[in-house]
Design a protein around this ligand. Structure first.
Ligand code: ADP
Length: 462
């Protein structure tokens, strides 16, 4: 049963739920109403029966102590006026023989001739096929002592109750029908955007990102929220997909060049290298340089593809990390001169030590490599109120303004860097940008050709 309910479509679940809620609440309300009305009506009928008996008793008493049954028998029209048309009253003597009858709607009910067994309240019985209240009570008429039997039919009450059941049933069925129709309409309305979403998902699955469904759902509810998230997710996926395609295209293009160069040199060596030692030496030399470049490029590509994970608890001391990188670089570039200035009270930056050192390595190396003179690199670390600002200024060749926006793109190299044969892959700054974005580090570049470049970084502090 549970499985059956779970497997129903959302629309059917909704309709079953609405139907059940309406049927159950309506049944409870109807039952309460039915019982209340039944009790109230029965109570009324009982009071009517009781009143008739009381009125008759008062009437008998008012006739005085000397009245006889014969005198009363002549007076039946008066007694008929006291009792109700449908009621029947019989008076029996103590031998159980009927001595007086007012009205004759129903046959007599069984009586007990013992005075002690008479009742004070009516009881429900079926007399002569009619559902009735019967009250047997002792009566004193002048010197006569006997038993009075009142039969009060409950046919009006039964008719009322039947009428009530029929009405409740008809109203209930009507309400159920209206509710089911309304909930069907509502369910359709609610399901529409979900159906659209599904269609869009199928479209994307079958045709890729070129064909995306368009939604016409503007409401600011849970479904609207779901659609917004889905659309944002789709955009991100599409972007990642395009970037990945671009990356593969760029990587294979960039790797093709060194391979072609090596291929050319190797075929030259094959043809002439055995006889001409200079061709052999030059060919091997160039091939080794190209292989080294390829190696670096592959390492950097892997780094980009791996994408460092953000460590939310990361923190590091910038000054210490810069010292480490400086020491490392001075072994490779012994002529480089580093100056450092610190402003403000030292605080930790919200970035991992590894990530920061990688950024610094790329920026320092660029400052040294893209330089015609003895490289002088000035670093300022400014601990400000809300962040940490760092500037790295070099006396290098600078970057023309039109190139600045592109230097962070993958494989982008300024022509000058290529013509001056400064080795590089064009990936260093894209890795820097990727790491910086992960740790919410903002980078701004200012440069003048022939004068030098300033990289300004803003770190969040911890
Ligand atoms: P790579 O150094 O491997 O070529 P990068 O991504 O690190 O790649 O740099 C991209 C380009 O930006 C470089 O080729 C160079 O033309 C330019 N560039 C980066 N830093 C500097 C700098 N400090 N001075 C001058 N040019 C720079």
């Amino acid at each position: 049963m549970k499985k059956w309910v779970l497997n129903l479509s959302l629309k059917k679940k909704w309709m079953v739920a609405v139907g059940l809620i309406i049927v159950i609440s309506y049944a409870i309300i109807s039952l309460v109403l039915y019982i209340a009305l039944q009790t109230w009506l029965l109570n009324n009928e009982e009071k009517n029966a009781q009143r008739t008996v009381d009125d008759l008793t008062v009437f008998f008493e008012s006739q005085g102590g000397a009245v006889t049954l014969q005198q009363l028998q002549t007076n039946t029209p008066l007694m008929k006026a006291i009792i109700n048309q449908e009621q029947t009253v019989r008076i029996f003597n103590l031998d159980g023989i009927e001595v007086l009858r007012i009205n004759d709607v129903t046959a007599a009910a069984p009586i007990s001739t013992s005075l002690r067994e008479q009742q004070s309240r009516p009881v429900e019985l079926v007399v002569d096929g009619t559902h009735s209240y019967v009250l047997n009570t002792s009566v004193q008429i002048g010197p006569f002592q006997g038993i009075l039997q009142l039969i009060h039919p409950l046919s009006t009450f039964d008719a009322m109750m039947n009428y009530m059941v029929t009405t409740l049933l008809i109203i209930g069925l009507g309400a159920l029908l209206v509710a089911v129709t309304l909930s069907n309409y509502l369910a359709d309305l609610l399901m529409k955007p979900l159906v659209q979403l599904r269609e869009s998902m199928v479209l994307v699955r079958d045709n890729g990102f070129e064909k995306k469904g368009r939604f016409k759902y503007a409401a600011d509810d849970e479904i609207g929220d779901l659609l917004t998230i889905y659309e944002a997710m789709l955009r991100e996926l599409e972007l990642a997909f395009i970037q990945q395609q671009q990356f593969v295209a760029d990587a294979s293009h960039e790797l093709r060049t060194p391979i072609q160069v090596i291929e050319g040199h190797l075929s030259m060596i094959q043809r002439w290298g055995k006889d001409e030692p200079e061709v052999l030496a030059e060919g091997l030399q160039t091939s080794l340089i190209e292989i080294a470049r390829m190696k670096k490029m592959i390492e950097e590509l892997l780094q980009l593809a791996r994408r460092e994970k953000l460590d939310p608890h990361a923190k590091t001391d910038i000054i210490e990390d810069i010292e480490t990188v400086k020491r490392e670089l001075m072994t490779i570039y012994p002529t480089a001169i580093f100056h450092e200035r610190v402003v403000g009270q030292m605080r930790h930056a919200a970035i991992s030590s590894n990530a920061l050192m990688q950024i610094m390595r790329n920026l320092f190396e660029n400052a040294i490599r893209y330089n015609d003179q003895t490289p002088v690199i000035e670093t300022t670390i400014h601990y400000r109120e809300n962040d940490i600002m760092m500037t790295i200024q070099d006396n290098g060749i600078g970057i023309a303004e039109e190139h600045i926006p592109q230097i962070f793109d993958r494989f982008y190299r300024v022509d000058e860097a290529r013509t001056k044969k400064i080795s590089g892959t064009g990936l260093g700054l894209s890795i820097t940008k990727m790491i910086a974005e992960k740790y919410f580090v903002k980078i701004i570049v200012k440069s003048k050709r022939g004068k030098g470049t300033i990289f300004t970084l803003y770190f969040l502090d911890k």
